[in-house]
Design a protein around this ligand. Sequence first.
Ligand code: C2E
Ligand code: MG
Ligand code: MG
Length: 332
Amino acid sequence: PSEVRPGGEVSLTASVGVRLVPPSEADADVLLRQADQAMYTAKAAGRNRACVYDVERDRVAEERRRQVGRIAQAIAAGEMRLHFQPVIDLHTEEVCFAEALVRWQPAGASLRAPDEWLPMIAHDPAIARLGDWVLEQALSQGVSWLARGLCGGLSVNIAALELRDPEFPDRLQSLFARHPRVAPARVRLEVLERAALADLSTVTRTMQTCRSIGVDFALDDFGTGYSSLSFLKRLPASTLKIDRSFVETMLEDAGDRAIVKGVIDLARAFGRVSVAEGVESEGQLAALRALGCELAQGHAIAPPEPAEAFTAWLEQRRAAAGQRRVPASGDD
Ligand code: C2E
Ligand code: MG
Ligand code: MG
């Protein structure tokens, strides 16, 4: 190297990859590839060391690659489905949002919930293709609900990787160009609290660009990440979604009820909207109302359903609300 002067000292380190096999299994190409892989593991672990090739780890990595490939294929093959769940105003009972929730329908098998497979593609480019598809579908399906005034907005989950992609706002803009009947202000993107905190400056910048297009943000599963107040102050998200795990036990567990109350009060103090997720009982609905929570979603209101069933639910709800209003106002 240029900085070495005559008589100076040069310090070298080596990273070594080792593959041990009985001679009967020796296939030179495979051995070299595996030893190479072990060498990269040694480098990744900080260099200046030797690593022995790990058969089990390779098997796990290979299996993972296979599964990611299978999911990517499923996205391309049109095996994804979108379900919708209403988010209602706890005080006016209005349907404020329809949250789009993805499912996988493998041919000839049962429907698979996202928690089973979505995390596997969290770091793969396939997640962005899925995200684009979800947004496209949500807007295509949701436009008529918005136009008919059946619900106020659409809420779509996006992955951390999408938010770190500097081209995401451009993709969003072309999405709205393809759907001119959906105003960006009607769309809210849900970002996991812990994902938003992972790469704060990039994420904040992307969120701000998206905000300038008109879309809004919610921090999903709030309370499960660091819940840092200075981050909360900086992140341009209008809404905090209280994680289902706290709502589930809020009637029995004083600590969880305190967390729910804490998030509701925090949201109010920061001028944000609070949403309770996973509300399963009338008791929880009443308790949330009493604590001043603004919006809620959960099986006590309606489970996520395919677009057709969700449309029927919206229509039924509007009809019921109309009937309730007639005697009071005397018109309509
Ligand atoms: P999330 O965004 O927090 O969505 C709420 C989850 O709670 C959904 O699970 C919903 O079905 C479930 N849920 C709603 N009400 C109740 C209830 O009363 N009781 C119970 N036990 N559960 C309820 P789901 O649909 O399985 O989705 C799981 C997670 O997967 C979502 O959590 C979200 O983080 C992620 N996800 C779903 N769709 C997408 C998507 O299109 N893109 C991305 N990036 N993530 C998605
Ligand atoms: Mg969500
Ligand atoms: Mg959530």
